[in-house]
Design a protein around this ligand. Structure first.
Ligand SMILES: [Zn+2]
Length: 283
């Protein structure tokens, strides 16, 4: 879902003349969303795109390869009547994100994120009056106090803790048996990312870390996060699990992880990239 060639056209969002032209252009494509679900056809999975029409609640997504893309919120009755390809269906983004081409996955992450934000920000958190969309769907303004509200993204950290030639992997209480991944959690107010890494690791498995090092990031729009990946070195190694967060946590040798002693997250996840990069360093 990361960088995939979508120009988000941030400077066009308040350009009413440009927007009017884009919405009536025969080359613009509309990306439908229905009750928080995205619309896909296939396999192979592809995003259902609609041709220009008259729509309310449209949000500018951006431009890619000469085509302007706009998200449009539709209801189930409209969906049932749309001229969509055979086999087209409504699906959660989480279900299809890894099946779609990168550009479509990136675009739907923005569309679904905006959709969820619009649905849950109908009223002003300051004065309680209704809000209305502006800036091609990227701002909501309060009709009472005029405050502008922007889509939020909640930072979360994910960290691979290592101790020499072994790493710590854990399984959450709801996860399948034999599945294991890196530790993760949300950043709290007033906390640096490095402090969040150290706190989450200590809370979940009782280990003190040092040498916290940033690796990379990945959008995580389920519904509104960005995942920031770190590597950290263990200063202590005795595991004390928090049973509400962790069902199992163990140190695994590089060889055992490479041999598949546990089932790892899917290949497009940032957790898997953290683990694969660490395995590759040992070969
Ligand atoms: Zn207000």
């Amino acid at each position: 879902m990361s960088t995939a060639g979508l120009n988000r056209l941030g400077l066009k969002r308040k350009d009413e003349a440009w927007l009017h032209e884009a919405l009536s252009s025969p080359t613009t494509r509309f990306v439908p969303l229905c009750n928080g679900k995205v619309c896909v056809a296939g396999p192979p999975a592809s995003t259902v795109l609609l041709e220009t029409g008259t729509w309310e609640d449209v949000w500018l997504l951006g431009e890619a390869e000469g085509t302007t893309y706009v998200a449009v919120e539709i209801d189930e009755d409209t969906w049932a009547e749309l001229p969509v390809p055979e086999g087209a269906r409504l699906a959660s983004l989480r279900e299809v994100a890894t099946l779609l081409p990168p550009l479509e996955s990136n675009m739907l992450a923005l569309a679904a994120g905006l959709s969820a934000w619009h649905r849950t920000n109908q009223f002003c958190g300051t004065c309680g009056a209704p809000t209305r969309p502006e800036a091609a769907g990227h701002v909501r303004r309060c009709t009472g106090c005029a405050k502008e509200h922007f889509p939020r993204t909640d930072p979360a950290i994910i960290v691979l803790v290592t101790d020499g030639d072994r790493c710590l992997l854990a399984r959450g209480p709801q996860w399948p048996v034999r599945f294991a991944s890196a530790l993760a959690g949300f950043v709290e107010p007033g906390e640096s990312l490095e402090d969040a890494v150290a706190r989450e690791v200590f809370e979940e498995v009782g280990i003190v870390v040092d040498e916290v090092e940033y690796q990379s990031s990945q959008p995580w729009p389920f519904p509104a996060s960005v995942m920031l990946a770190f590597r950290a070195t263990a200063a202590t190694t005795e595991i004390t699990m928090d049973p509400t967060e962790i069902a199992d946590a163990q140190w695994y040798s590089r060889e055992d992880v490479a041999d598949g002693i546990v089932n790892l997250p899917g290949s497009v996840s940032i957790a898997r990239r953290l683990i694969d990069d660490w395995i590759a360093e040992g070969s």
